[in-house]
Design a binder for this molecule. Structure first.
Ligand SMILES: Nc1ncnc2c1ncn2[C@@H]1O[C@H](COP(=O)(O)OP(=O)(O)OP(=O)(O)O)[C@@H](O)[C@H]1O
Length: 325
């Protein structure tokens, strides 16, 4: 378990992490999300004692990282820019790390096997691809068979097979009762992998909870209805707490009713429906809403493609549906 209370980190005038408190529970995969510069890496570095908090504290399995007699057995961490001795093979790198922590060679062989590094284990780690380097970083984190794992961008640089492998591995480790805390920029991946989320923006927590609760708290679920009697249906549905938006002449978006409620209202009015689709917001939609004011580096809008829809023209339903998936 990881427990942070009033955790704060200032670099001069810059407050990177601003008085945050959270708990990361065992037996679950907890995702750590935030825009660039939000304070994720700084928080993770403080958890493993690489940065000292300006204020507040953070403990892992009940103690500060430095107080653990065998920290590698308590906490395994993959942090960005993992330093690997470039001249050493993966095996020798892991053996050296194991030796300084009283871990046997058998465990080195196990983590090499577990992380799919067997074929390249004798090769110089300095020549590894980004993906192989990530696997080696994960192998190092797993070396002490720790109860808590902290993984900063573990799927960075991995191919789809590697991404799936990380997803399966963290699920397995959480199911074994371990605490798994990971950050990722890949929203769709996070939505599949994590049970719970901590969302951070400009050093402050902006949302926490189960993945679906975080999505629901930040987005609206609407129902898309296609009918040749759109005006009649809109008039029937309009009431307190229900908003009906006309997307195009025979297409409505209804906010405030479920798809069955819309279907039943249509039946009661003798209105024929050609489409009735609940529109589920994605984690990416929720993330954009939650962190809208917290982005440090804003992007410019991409200019419209000359072959795209003309300005002012409504996108067709397939475009909208695709965007909402
Ligand atoms: N050593 C440092 N000195 C000064 N400022 C720092 C230092 N480390 C981080 N910062 C600043 O603190 C803020 C948080 O940085 P951090 O790396 O924790 O963000 P992050 O959420 O991990 O971002 P990213 O997703 O880009 O990795 C940023 O504004 C960053 O520029």
């Amino acid at each position: 378990m990881i427990e942070a209370r009033g955790l704060t980190k200032r670099y001069g005038a810059k407050t990177a992490v601003d008085d945050i408190s959270f708990t990361v529970e065992p037996g679950q995969v907890t995702g750590f999300l935030g825009p660039n510069g939000a304070g994720k890496s700084t928080t993770m570095r403080m958890i493993v004692g690489l940065d000292r908090p300006t204020d507040g504290e953070v403990t892992v399995n009940g103690k500060h990282y430095a107080e653990h007699k065998a920290p590698l057995r308590e906490v395994g961490a993959l942090l960005e820019a993992k330093a690997v001795h470039t001249g050493r093979s993966a095996t020798n790198h892991l053996r050296a790390l194991a030796a300084t922590h009283g871990i046997g060679r058998k465990r080195v062989d196990e983590v090499i096997e577990m992380t799919g590094l067997a074929a390249v284990a004798r090769k110089r780690a300095g020549g590894f691809s980004l993906g192989m380097g990530q696997r080696l970083g994960i192998a190092s984190a797993m070396l002490g068979d720790p109860r808590t794992l902290i993984l900063d961008e573990p799927v960075n640089g991995l191919d789809p097979d590697g991404v799936r492998w990380v997803r399966t591995m963290v699920r397995y480790l959480a199911d074994e009762g371990r605490t798994v805390f990971l950050s990722s920029h890949l929203m769709s991946e996070m939505a599949i992998t994590a049970d719970r989320l901590i969302v951070i923006g400009r050093g402050k927590i902006v949302a926490t909870g189960d993945v679906q609760d975080v999505i629901d708290s930040a987005t609206k679920s609407t129902v898309r209805v296609r009918t040749p009697q759109a005006t009649d249906l809109a008039a029937r549905l309009q009431s307190d707490g229900v908003t009906v938006t006309s997307v195009e002449p025979s297409l409505l978006d209804v906010d405030g009713l479920t798809a069955p409620q819309v279907g039943e209202a249509a039946l009661a009015g003798g209105i024929v429906l050609h489409e009735l689709t609940p529109q589920r917001a994605s984690l990416e939609d929720a993330f954009m809403t939650l962190t809208a004011g917290d982005v440090e580096y804003h992007s410019q809008a991409v200019p419209e493609h000359s072959e795209g829809p003309a300005a002012g023209q409504q996108p067709d339903a397939s475009t909208l549906e695709g965007a909402n998936r």
